[in-house]
Design a protein around this ligand. Structure first.
Ligand SMILES: C[S@@+](CC[C@H](N)C(=O)[O-])C[C@H]1O[C@@H](n2cnc3c(N)ncnc32)[C@H](O)[C@@H]1O
Length: 242
């Protein structure tokens, strides 16, 4: 309650100081059930877009006409910054399974082609189409079988040498797990809190690095792992091999 009241105050100040910056309806922000905080929506989105550009520059020549996809883009926290960050030579695509979110994105965010997908694949792209796909905190809300379907789909729409950036909840979330969940995380490497609708924010999945490299990401080349700290997500930078 106190946090919501504090956010109301700072959000009012944010709107005054950022008159041209459209924010999504509260119900869509951060997947519906977290109090939105526009300072952090704008700042974290811009910082993540800059990080994604740095990553892209490590693997593609500057100025490459990249096709970039944000799969599970939500209400555009990150993707809204991509047209400016990546420049006019890049084509930017965003997709999410929440039609209300994508409707808001289409009406308010320019320079991006948006589409709705279902909980299960496919995406509306031909095989090999995408050069750089990122998915931030999406596999964290999916079951094991659905995750496998999506990894296969991301492999289908990318080509040899494409880069995939995926975030997951790993070791830095161990202190959030119950004792039996810690045991499952250590033995199987996967914990799914799945007693709610899949894809929703409170459907939560935790993946150990060993599980990911031996199971979900086994057909991808792991280029980098940026481990999360203090409950921030691990970031995996992967490449589709030949
Ligand atoms: C925690 S939010 C993250 C949103 C965004 N990636 C960000 O970092 O701001 C999780 C997002 O995943 C989306 N999502 C969940 N399941 C999905 C699926 N099967 N396909 C596409 N998007 C999905 C939700 O609608 C939500 O927008």
């Amino acid at each position: 309650m106190l946090v919501a009241a504090k956010h109301r105050r700072t959000n009012r100040l944010f709107s005054l100081a950022n008159a041209g910056f459209k924010v999504p309806p509260q119900v869509l922000a951060f997947d519906e059930d977290s109090a939105p905080h526009w300072d952090s929506y704008k700042e974290s989105g811009g910082q993540t877009a800059a990080l994604l550009l740095q990553i892209a520059r490590r693997y593609f020549a500057e100025g490459s006409p990249l096709r970039v996809l944000d799969w599970g883009c939500g209400p555009a926290r990150v993707i809204r910054h991509l047209p400016a960050a990546f420049g006019p030579q890049a084509s930017i695509y965003g997709s999410d399974y929440n039609p209300a979110t994508i409707k808001w994105c289409i009406e308010n965010i320019h320079g991006v082609s948006f589409s709705v997908n279902d909980l299960l694949p496919p995406l509306p792209f031909a095989a090999d189409f995408i050069d750089f796909v990122y998915s931030l905190s999406v596999f964290t809300h999916l079951s094991e079988s659905v995750s496998h379907r999506w990894i296969d789909e991301l492999r289908r729409i990318t080509h040899t040498g494409s880069i995939l950036v995926i975030t997951t909840q790993g070791d830095s979330f161990l202190d959030k797990l119950l004792p039996d969940e810690v045991d499952a995380y250590r033995s199987k490497g996967l914990v799914v809190r799945g007693k709610v609708s899949e894809g929703k924010r409170i459907f939560s999945a935790f993946h150990s690095p060993r599980y990911l490299t031996t199971t979900l990401f086994r057909n991808l080349e792991v280029l980098e792992l940026i481990p999360g700290t203090s409950s921030s997500q691990d970031m995996w930078i992967l490449r589709k091999p030949p």
